[in-house]
Structure formats: structure tokens, C-alpha cells
Design a protein around this ligand. Structure first.
Ligand code: ZN
Length: 681
């Protein structure tokens, strides 16, 4: 069997070359990065060269390749992680230097015809074909090699490679135009009255921006938080309209910067290239290519799914919009909707996120979160003080089973600070692997950007923060509770894009349960838990304008999918014709004729979510559906939790996720749970 080889380099002096153990974050410096990456890539190169020449392949051959990838991941993961959370310019430079080298190696590995031959041979061997996890591993490897164009005749393979390179450049150019257009816009005023309704912090920042520009008054930019604050809070309609028009015309032929950084031609080219790439690989269109790695089985299944959701929510959204116009006492334009919705939400539900912070001190929230995990799965998180992190605020926890045995771990890095990327995410530190009797236990990074404690008060979270934490914790459990032995299928690896948000969105539901809210909340001064009227309003606010939010997401998802499924080279992309048709069928809020929203739809034209935007809703339906089983049996029913863990969390990418879903639910996914959860049954 396979033995894990130690790196040949001197691990005593380079902390990045320690294998199969927690990274030595307190010892890693930017100068370690270059030598460690060079060393691990050289060793990997040698091993791959041997494997390529191997005449007789068996499953051990595939495991060696798994281990090659794991060896690189173990060096690269701490570097990538530190470039995000303690992003000194030296660390960022070191990361940017080694990224192309690692990418180049991995791309070459993913396009190696010798490896294709090896996996093809393996696929027919009984020790693989008769073992479902091994068969799945080989199936994934073959699929990914073929999707990289390997196996095509030479001329087509070359054309495919050229297309993918051109496509990557055009997608990057789309993003760059969008960024430039966003950065170029600013708006100035002298009188603070014009900013009426905006949060104090934003007004202070606007004054600071003006000072930096060497002027008086207030200077607003077009970054997303500013845009959203203006749309939701600016009392002056004119200001809202100016920002709306600037936002929805970025990088287009319309609006205040018409014709500058215009993405229109790039969008046509991107869709044409995607279509051609899909045809070369033998698919009808790019939507079919996108689905080759997803849970959804066909374009029809996706379209039916989205259209059924639209059927069930459109009338509700129309009613919500009519009620909003009634509340406002007039017809509403696109730039009025968020503002009046916020006014209406405050008047009818009175939930002020900020005012609830004192009820959610961080330690209390964590004790509640861990209680949920323990009640569901009998697992505990035990803090260790002997594990060094990358910053003094970082904590490390052992994940232990009912008998106290550690079988994984989690780093927590919770507070916003300088040189740390914004947002919240879960990332893999170590990926579970059990090859040849040696086990690597999974370790996760859970990173948030909560407000740090200030003065004598502890760190206090909003309920939105709490939901974010539960979401990322769902990803964390998916990574940690895996029982798969092979890294390419373990945890979140190999899980299709449209299902990977199942555990995270599933877990969010617990942050809304009254019982769990009582575990999570305790006023840090008075010790009382959340008053019941506040709790009821908070729960009601979850579904405020659920219909309007649903149809907006469906509009984006249908537009994205039809763009790729209906592409016809004879007539071109017809981007705005398709958008108009989708709006006519599911839209509710009228859009002005100058709206060029698609020109800034980075999710789709920048890459990532092309013919995949539907994934958000798809996973949300799976999450709500599985959670309904817990509502039925009782949220902490041990048997339900055990079956969920075994069917979904433990399996990672080792089998078709639909199979796991059906094993757990006893049927295929249905829309009803999501609709009833959102008050639209
Ligand atoms: Zn997520």
C-alpha cells in the first residue's frame, strides 16, 4: 500500500514543509513561501513523472495522485489563508509570486493525456468498478480531464485551449471595466441636509472623503455598501435616483459614464466563446456544459424548477408591491422600492438590528451554537490554548466525539481588523485523508468580520451576524464530519456547486428557532434573554417581502440560464431581448429603459456562476426541504440528526448528492418546504 513520503527538503527550518499536522502559523514568514513552494512542486513533479510512466496502474496509482495534490494543498493553503487574514504587503507579494506556479502545475496535471489513459484503465478494473467510492473518484477524474479538452483530436484540443485562455482574459476584462466604472463615479454635495436619512457613519465617511479630495462638504462613492445605504435610507428621492441610474448603467452605453468602460462587446464575445467551447466538448450549449458538474440533471429540470417557483411566488410579489405602493401613497419607481420597504419594515415590525446587539454577546452566542451541535450530533468543541494562530485573537478548538476523542479541529478568527479581507467564509486548513492506514484529520478555518469588543463591553453581534455564523458553521460541519478517505471527495470536495450550500443554509434555520434564540441571547448587562415580542418580530422580519426577493432572484437565475441555453450563433446573444422577456414573465418592479444591469452582472460574465446562478435557489430548496424533516420530528431528534449526518454530511462528494437526499427524505426534493418556510405556501 501507499506510504506517505516525507518531503526531501529540510523541514526543520521551513515551517511550511511540515506535513500532516497543524500549520505553524506563528513561525511562517513571507520568506518561507518561495522555497517551500519550489520544494513541494519539484517533489510533486518527480512523483508525477514516475506515475505517468507506470505501465500497470492500480488504485494505489490514483491514491498517489491524490497525495500529490494533498501535499501541494498543505503548503499552499496556509499561504493563501495568511494572504487573506494577515495580509502584509510582503505576504501578498509572496502569495502572488507563487500562485501562477501552483496554478500552472495544477492545470498541467488536469490536462495530462497520460493520466487520462491511467484513469480510463482504472475505470474498468473490478477493484474500482465494484467499490462505489473508488468508482466515483475515477469518474470525477475522467470527467474533469474530458472537460479540460483532453481526449479531443489535436486540432480541436488546441482550439479549445485557445478559447479557454481568451475567455479567461475577456472575463477578467469585464471585471476590470466594472471595477473602473464603479470607482470612477462619485457624487458631491455641500449641505448635509441632502444626505438626510443616511447612517451617521456613512455621513462621517463622506465628509472624510471630501477632505481627502481637498474639498469641503460630502463626497459619496459608488461602492456596494454606500449604494445599498443610499437606496435603503436616503430620504431625498433625487439622490436615490442619481445613485440608481449610476449603478444600473455601469460599464454600458447609458448613464453618466455612457460609452466608457463599456462591456457590451465583451459580453457578446464571452457568450460566443462559451458556446464554441461547449460545442467542441460535444455539448449542445454552455448550459449543458455547466450542468456536467452539477446536481441538476438537465436544462429542462433547471428551467422547470425556476418556472415553478415563479408560478408560486409571482402573485405574492405583486401583492407585496401593491401594498408597498399603498404604504408610500404613490406609484413607486425602481429607486424607491428599497427605501419604502425599509420604512415599512421599521414601522410594521420595528426590528432595529443594532439595538439588539446587547442581547447577543459573542461568548453566549458560541455557547448556544456549540449546544446546537452537541444536541444534534453529540459532538463537542473544546478550546485549546497550546495551538498558535496567526493573530492573538485567533482561537483553536478540538472537535471531539462523545467519548472525548478528537477527530478534527477548527480555527476561529472572528473580528474585523486592518489587513484582513472582508466578509465571512469557511476554508479548508487540512482535508481529511485516510490512505494506507495513516489518517489526516480535517481542520477548518471559520473566519468572520464581526465588530471587535470596544471599551468595557464584550463583542456584541447583530442577529444578522449570528445567522452568518450559523451559515459558515454549516460549511464547517460539512468539512469536519466527513467520513470519506480520499481528499478529492472528502468534505466539500467534489460536491456539486448547486448543492454545496445545502448544509450552510440548512444550519441557518437553527438561528431562528425560539429555543435556540434563548440559548444564544442574554443581555450582557441585565442578563435577560430576548423579550418574546422582539423575538416574534425578529422571526417575522425574516419573511418580510419574501415574494419580492424571490422573484428578483428568479429573474437573475432565469436570465443567466436562458442566456446560455438559448444561445444561437446565427443571431448572436440577444442579451437585452432575453432579459426583457424574462422580466415580462417574472418581474414585478418596473425597470427604466436605460437600465443596463447585465453589463455589471459579474457573477455570470466574470466567470464563476455562468449558467449556475440558479444554484442559490436550488440549494435553498434542498436546505429548507431537509430542515422540514427536523421540524416534523423535533429539531433535535437524535435519529433524524444521525440520518442527516450519515446521508449528507458524512458523504462529501463520494456519491451522487441526490441519492443522499433521497436516502434521507425518502423522496425527491420538493418546493413546498421553502415556500412555507417563507410564508408563501
Ligand atoms: Zn456559503
Amino acid at each position: 500500500m501507499l506510504s506517505l513520503r516525507a518531503m526531501s527538503a529540510d523541514t526543520s527550518t521551513n515551517p511550511l514543509l511540515v506535513r500532516n499536522a497543524l500549520p505553524k502559523f506563528d513561525a511562517i514568514n513571507p520568506q518561507h513561501v518561495g522555497p517551500a513552494v519550489a520544494s513541494v512542486l519539484a517533489a510533486a513533479e518527480q512523483r508525477v513523472a514516475q506515475l505517468r510512466q507506470q505501465q500497470q496502474v492500480d488504485f494505489d496509482w490514483a491514491l498517489q495522485l491524490e497525495d500529490v495534490r494533498q501535499s501541494i494543498s498543505q503548503v499552499f493553503s496556509p499561504i493563501a489563508h495568511m494572504s487573506r487574514v494577515v495580509s502584509s504587503s510582503a505576504m501578498r507579494d509572496a502569495y502572488n509570486d507563487c500562485l501562477p506556479k501552483v496554478t500552472e502545475f495544477m492545470t498541467r496535471l488536469g490536462q495530462d493525456p497520460e493520466l487520462l489513459r491511467g484513469y480510463e484503465d482504472l475505470a474498468t478494473q473490478p477493484t474500482v468498478a465494484e467499490d462505489s467510492t473508488r468508482a466515483e473518484l475515477v469518474r470525477h477524474a475522467l470527467r474533469d480531464l474530458r472537460l479540460a479538452g483532453i481526449g479531443l483530436p489535436a486540432a480541436e484540443q488546441n482550439e479549445f485551449r485557445d478559447i479557454m485562455q481568451t475567455l479567461a482574459k475577456k472575463e477578467a476584462a469585464f471585471e476590470q471595466n466594472l471595477m473602473d466604472a464603479t470607482d470612477a463615479f462619485s457624487w458631491h454635495c455641500e449641505r448635509v441636509e441632502e444626505l438626510e436619512g443616511l447612517p451617521e457613519s456613512l455621513i462621517a465617511a463622506a465628509a472624510e472623503n471630501a477632505r481627502e479630495q481637498g474639498t469641503t462638504g460630502y463626497h459619496l462613492k459608488l461602492d456596494p455598501p454606500t449604494y445599498m445605504a443610499v437606496m435603503s435610507h436616503a430620504a431625498t428621492e433625487k439622490l436615490r435616483e442619481i445613485f440608481y441610474a449610476a449603478w444600473v448603467t455601469r460599464a454600458s452605453d447609458q448613464g453618466p459614464q455612457a460609452g466608457q468602460w463599456d462591456n457590451t462587446v465583451l459580453m457578446e464575445e464571452i457568450l460566443a466563446l462559451r458556446y464554441r467551447a461547449a460545442r467542441l466538448l460535444g455539448f449542445d450549449n454552455y448550459a449543458e456544459l455547466s450542468l456536467a458538474t452539477k446536481m441538476a440533471q438537465s436544462s429542462n429540470a433547471v428551467l422547470e424548477f425556476l418556472e415553478q417557483l415563479a408560478d408560486r411566488s409571482h402573485a405574492i410579489a405583486q401583492r407585496e408591491f401593491a401594498e408597498l405602493e399603498q404604504f408610500a401613497g404613490r406609484k413607486l419607481a425602481a429607486w424607491d422600492v428599497a427605501y419604502y420597504a425599509e420604512q415599512m419594515r421599521q414601522q410594521t415590525l420595528g426590528v432595529d438590528e443594532e439595538a439588539l446587539r446587547p442581547y447577543f454577546p459573542l461568548e453566549k452566542v458560541f455557547s448556544g451554537l456549540f449546544r446546537v451541535a452537541q444536541n444534534l450530533f453529540g459532538i463537542r468543541f473544546e478550546q485549546r490554548t497550546d495551538v498558535a494562530g496567526w493573530h492573538r485573537d485567533v482561537r483553536y478548538y478540538d472537535l471531539t466525539d462523545a467519548d472525548g476523542n478528537a477527530f478534527g479541529g477548527m480555527y476561529l478568527d472572528l473580528y474585523a481588523r486592518a489587513n484582513k479581507r472582508g466578509g465571512a467564509w469557511m476554508d479548508e486548513c487540512l482535508i481529511r485523508q485516510d490512505i494506507g492506514g495513516e489518517t489526516i484529520q480535517p481542520v477548518a478555518h471559520l473566519v468572520c468580520n464581526f465588530a471587535a469588543p470596544s471599551g468595557s463591553a464584550p463583542a456584541l453581534l447583530t442577529h444578522r451576524d449570528v445567522v452568518t455564523l450559523f451559515h459558515e458553521f454549516g460549511h464547517t460541519l460539512h468539512h469536519l464530519l466527513t467520513e470519506v478517505d480520499y481528499p478529492s471527495l472528502s468534505g466539500i470536495n467534489g460536491v456539486p456547486w448547486d448543492a454545496v450550500e445545502l448544509p450552510s443554509q440548512f444550519f441557518e434555520n437553527f438561528a431562528w428557532l425560539p429555543a435556540v434564540l434563548s440559548w444564544l441571547s442574554e443581555h450582557y448587562q441585565t442578563g435577560e434573554s430576548l423579550p418574546s415580542t422582539v423575538l416574534e418580530n425578529l422571526r417575522a422580519s425574516r419573511n418580510f417581502h419574501a415574494g419580492l426577493q424571490m422573484v428578483r432572484q428568479l429573474e437573475l437565475a432565469l436570465f443567466d440560464f436562458k442566456l446560455h441555453a438559448d444561445y444561437d450563433p446565427a443571431v448572436g446573444a440577444r442579451i437585452y431581448a432575453i432579459l426583457e422577456a424574462v422580466r415580462a414573465s417574472v418581474g414585478v418592479v418596473p425597470a427604466p429603459a436605460y437600465n443596463r444591469f447585465a453589463n455589471s452582472f459579474g457573477h455570470v460574465f466574470g466567470g464563476g456562476y455562468a449558467a449556475g446562478y440558479y444554484s442559490y435557489k436550488w440549494a435553498e430548496v434542498l436546505a429548507a426541504d431537509t430542515f422540514s424533516a427536523f421540524e416534523k420530528a423535533g429539531p433535535f431528534d437524535a435519529n433524524t440528526a444521525r440520518r442527516f449526518r450519515e446521508a449528507i454530511l458524512a458523504k462529501g462528494g463520494s456519491r451522487d448528492i441526490l441519492e443522499g437526499f433521497v436516502e434521507f427524505m425518502g423522496r425527491a426534493p420538493a418546493l413546498d418546504a421553502l415556500l412555507s418556510q417563507q410564508g408563501m405556501a
